[in-house]
Ligand binder design. Structure first.
Ligand code: SF4
Length: 409
């Protein structure tokens, strides 16, 4: 069995189609950062084509009532995660290093194999989970929608998200409204399932009219755009941490161009100077790299402040639900997707999460402040030690196990 629980793609497309056909339901679809740079490959576009407008237009053509952006959720994630990092690094509250928490496959892997690191994982929920929580609370209130009629759908590059949305602690809107049947995210479909849906419905993706996101939870910045590739979460967090610590805008070099954490190398490290303090950061992607990195960190006692962990090679642009690419061209295609993402980031007027006007509005009108009472209630979570799932082989003892130092021939 896949330790990341990400090898099976259980389709929920029929349930999504049924919700669209039901006049009593309000279908709100959020789209993850990597989908817009992956979907085009299913319709003959070159790898790396950034097709945000067409992606939204296709969802509207398929009958979505509203389309909102997981990128907004990514900016929200950065606001909370960078604030949490400052609490740990500057104010000494919490364990170091802080690990990122947006990859559910990494989180489940740590819960199962490295539970000793659970206090180190940021309590910040993933960008999809954040978007879903504010979708059925803040967005529902602003748009005057009945949260019980909303069907919340995530289109994601990720098969592990299908597991994450069913974790019981992920239903924050149920607590908010006092209605225990509410789920923050009702269904998750992958980029490939989205493409299948487009084809089956007869929508011509190449001809579809481009569209834009709905307001309140639909604005993005360069910081959220780069969230989907290896190093992107780290770079976005550094941009905002710089602002929060120094009060100044991050300079173009290195903060909006943090080259040391970019690229396809499996483990990348950097020293980032912020306000007279040097943050030791690392970026790791790919399952084997994660295991090797943690074992090495334990063995050497090497110290870090912040570590980005992504289970898929290349990050979410290489997720299990993205259009399939085979070796030996896989890395070439992933690099093209990454290039498309950094190009879109460089062309954006707003590059950092704290600049997002809708992020400013949601804190002013609804959340209060990062790590404030309502933010903690809706946007943070906890983790579970699952090491017992591994079970104990009663028939094997240290003396009979060939890999044990106590093994007796
Ligand atoms: Fe999902 Fe892979 Fe991204 Fe992790 S790295 S969130 S498993 S797509």
């Amino acid at each position: 069995a896949c330790p990341f629980d990400s090898m099976n793609e259980r389709s929920e497309l029929d349930q999504v189609k049924a919700a669209i056909a039901d006049p009593d339901k309000i279908v709100v679809i959020q789209t993850a950062p990597a989908v817009r740079v992956g979907i085009g490959e299913e319709f003959g576009y070159e790898p790396g084509s950034f097709l945000e407008g067409k992606m939204i237009g296709a969802l509207r053509a398929l009958g979505a009532d509203y389309v909102v952006d997981t990128n907004f959720g990514a900016d929200l994630t950065i606001m909370e995660e960078a604030s949490e990092l400052i609490e740990r690094v500057i104010n000494g509250h919490g364990e170091l290093p802080q690990f990122t928490s947006c990859c559910p496959a990494w989180v489940k892997f740590a819960e199962t194999y490295y539970p000793e690191y659970l206090p180190n994982i940021s309590t910040t929920r993933s960008c999809i989970a954040m978007e879903a929580a504010v979708l059925k609370t803040y967005f529902a209130e602003k748009m005057k929608l009945d949260p019980e009629k909303i069907v919340s759908v995530s289109v994601a590059p990720c098969t592990a998200k299908k597991f994450e949305i069913r974790r019981p602690e992920q239903n924050k809107s149920a607590e908010y409204w006092g209605k225990e049947d509410l789920r923050d995210t009702d269904y998750c479909i992958t980029t490939r399932e989205f493409a299948k849906w487009i084809r089956e419905s007869g929508v011509d993706f190449t001809q579809v009219e481009e569209s834009t996101m709905d307001k309140y939870i639909g604005a993005e910045t360069g910081g959220s755009v780069i969230f989907c590739n290896t190093g992107g979460v780290m770079e976005a967090a550094m941009r905002s941490a710089y602002k929060f610590i120094t009060g100044n805008e991050p300079s173009p070099e290195p903060f909006t161009n943090l080259q040391d954490v970019r690229g396809m190398e499996g483990v990348k490290e950097a020293d980032v100077e912020i306000g007279g303090k040097t943050l030791k950061v690392a970026v790791v992607h790919g399952g084997k790299n994660i295991r090797d990195f943690l074992d090495n960190m334990k063995a050497t006692g090497k110290k870090y402040d912040f570590i980005e962990m992504m289970a898929c090679r290349g990050g979410c642009i290489g997720g299990g639900g993205q259009p399939r690419v085979k070796m030996p061209v896989a890395d070439k295609v992933k690099s093209a997707r990454i290039e498309g993402i950094y190009k879109a980031d460089a062309e954006m007027k707003l590059r950092s999460s704290y600049e997002n006007p809708e992020i400013k509005a949601i804190y002013e009108e609804f959340l209060g402040k990062p790590l404030g009472e309502r933010s903690e209630e809706l946007l943070h979570t906890h983790y579970t030690d699952r090491s017992a799932d591994l079970g104990v082989r009663k028939d094997v003892t240290p003396e009979t196990c060939p890999t044990s130092p106590k093994f007796k021939k």
